[in-house]
Design a protein around this ligand. Structure first.
Ligand code: SF4
Length: 390
C-alpha cells in the first residue's frame, strides 16, 4: 500500500512536461472513471486530509485556515486543504497544483464552497456535478437531471484535456472500477466470519486505493491479494482481535490521529469493530452500476450513495449492516466536521435501539482536528459501554 501510494504521489507531483498528464482534484465521492479514461491524474484533497490527520498535522493547518478567516466550525478537511495550498504544507509538502477541479455534492454541501475557493486560488476551471438528495427514492426527475450533467462533464473534460473522449476506454475503466468495488466488498465481507480476520481500523487503511485509484488494474490486483490473505486468515482461524468477545459496528469517518489508540482500546476489551458505514460507502452503490453500460449507470451509482439519502434510509442501512455482520452494538462517531454524516445520528441511535435493541455509544470528536478529542472522556465512555455490553 505504501509503495503504491508513494508512486502515485510521485507521479502526481512530477513536472507536467514529464508526465504529459492533467491533474484533476476531485471530491472523494466524485465520478473519477471519466478522468481516468482521459488519462488525467485524479488527486483527492480528502485523502490528503486523512494523511494530514494521521500525521497529526491537522491542528496547525486548521489554525492557519482560521487565521485566514475561515470558521473553526468548517470541515477540518476543507480547512486543512485550504491552508496547505497556501503554505505548501502537510505530509508531502502540499498537493500538486490542479489543472481542473471536479466537485460532486453527493457527500456534502461543504465541498461546493471549498472547491470554489480553490478554483479561485489556482485560477482553474471547476465542474460541479449536482446530485440532489434522494430522501427515499431516485425519482425520474433526479435521473434526468443528473444524467444530463454526465454528458456536460464529458464535454468539460474534452475542453480541458483538449482531446476527444474515448468511449471504449471508458467502458474498460468502468469494468475495472466495478471489479475493484466488488473485490473491496468481498474483503470487507470476510469479517462476517467469527473471529473476524480484520477490523474496521484495517479497512480504514486499505480503503485508500478504492478511493484514489478506483478504475485501475492496480486496485484490482491489490484487493485480489488482500482478499486471498484474508481468506487464508479465516481458514487458519486467525483473528485480528485476540479472544474476540464483542462485535461492533462503527459509524462515520475514522478519527485519523487516534486510530491506533481506538483500535487498542477496543481490543483490550475483546471488542472487534467488524464493519463500518464509511469504508462500505465505496461499494454500497454497486447494485446500481451496470458493467455493460457503465456511463449510462454512472448517474444513479453516484447519486444513490450512503451519505446522499435521508435519515430514515441511513438508519435502515446501518441496521442492515449490523444484521449482516452480526454486530452486538453500535459505536457512533459524532464528528464535529462532517455535518451530513452526523446530524441525524441521535435519531438513528433511537431507531436502532428501538428496532434492534442493541447498545449504542456516541463518541464526540473530529476526524482531523485534535482539539475536539478528549481522551479521558472517551475512554470513560468506552469502558462504560463495554460494561453495558457485558
Ligand atoms: S463535510 Fe464531511 S463529507 Fe464533506 S468534505 Fe467534510 S468530511 Fe467530507
Amino acid at each position: 500500500m505504501k509503495e503504491i501510494m508513494t508512486e502515485y504521489y510521485i507521479e502526481a507531483k512530477s513536472p507536467k512536461e514529464q508526465t504529459g498528464k492533467k491533474i484533476a482534484w476531485i471530491t472523494s465521492g466524485g465520478p473519477v472513471e471519466p478522468l481516468i479514461a482521459m488519462d488525467a491524474i485524479p488527486v483527492y484533497p480528502e485523502n490528503y486530509g486523512a494523511m494530514i490527520g494521521a500525521s497529526k498535522m491537522g491542528v496547525d493547518l486548521c489554525e492557519k485556515a482560521e487565521s485566514m478567516g475561515y470558521a473553526s466550525d468548517l470541515c477540518s478537511y476543507a480547512r486543512a486543504d485550504i491552508a496547505s495550498a497556501v503554505i505548501n504544507g502537510g505530509p508531502i509538502g502540499g498537493l500538486p497544483e490542479p489543472d481542473m477541479l471536479i466537485c460532486c455534492n453527493n457527500i456534502c454541501g461543504t465541498v461546493l464552497k471549498w472547491y470554489e475557493v480553490q478554483a479561485r486560488y489556482y485560477n482553474v476551471p471547476l465542474f460541479i456535478l449536482d446530485t440532489p438528495l434522494c430522501h427515499t427514492e431516485y425519482s425520474p426527475e433526479i435521473k434526468n437531471y443528473v444524467e444530463a450533467q454526465v454528458m456536460e462533464y464529458i464535454k468539460f473534460l474534452e475542453e480541458v484535456c483538449g482531446k476527444k473522449f474515448d468511449y471504449d476506454r471508458m467502458e474498460e475503466v468502468g469494468s475495472l472500477s466495478v471489479r475493484g468495488q466488488e473485490l473491496w466488498q468481498a474483503v470487507l465481507d470476510t469479517t462476517m466470519n467469527r473471529p473476524a480476520p480484520m477490523t474496521c481500523f484495517d479497512a480504514f487503511f486499505h480503503l485508500a486505493l478504492i478511493v484514489t485509484l478506483r478504475g485501475t488494474q492496480t486496485v484490482v490486483d491489490y484487493y485480489e491479494m488482500l482478499l486471498a490473505e484474508m481468506n487464508q486468515r479465516v481458514k487458519d482461524g486467525i483473528s485480528m482481535v485476540p479472544d474476540e468477545k464483542y462485535r461492533l459496528l462503527w459509524d462515520n469517518l475514522p478519527i485519523w490521529y487516534k486510530t491506533r489508540w481506538m483500535s487498542d482500546k477496543f481490543a483490550e476489551h475483546g471488542a472487534c469493530l467488524v464493519a463500518d458505514t464509511y469504508t462500505s460507502g465505496w461499494c454500497s452503490a454497486l447494485k446500481y452500476m451496470n458493467t455493460d453500460d457503465f456511463l449510462g449507470s454512472l448517474a444513479e451509482g453516484y447519486t444513490r450513495i450512503f451519505l446522499n439519502c435521508g435519515t430514515d434510509q441511513m438508519a435502515e442501512n446501518i441496521m442492515a449492516l449490523a444484521e449482516k455482520y452480526s454486530a452486538d452494538g453500535l459505536v457512533i462517531h459524532s464528528n464535529r466536521s462532517c455535518k451530513p454524516y452526523s446530524l441525524g445520528q441521535y435519531d438513528i441511535q433511537k431507531i436502532v435501539q428501538k428496532k434492534m435493541n442493541i447498545p449504542t455509544l456516541i463518541i464526540e470528536a473530529d476526524m482531523v482536528d485534535e482539539r475536539n478529542f478528549s481522551e479521558s472522556q472517551i475512554e470513560t465512555r468506552i469502558d462504560a459501554f463495554i460494561e453495558m455490553l457485558k
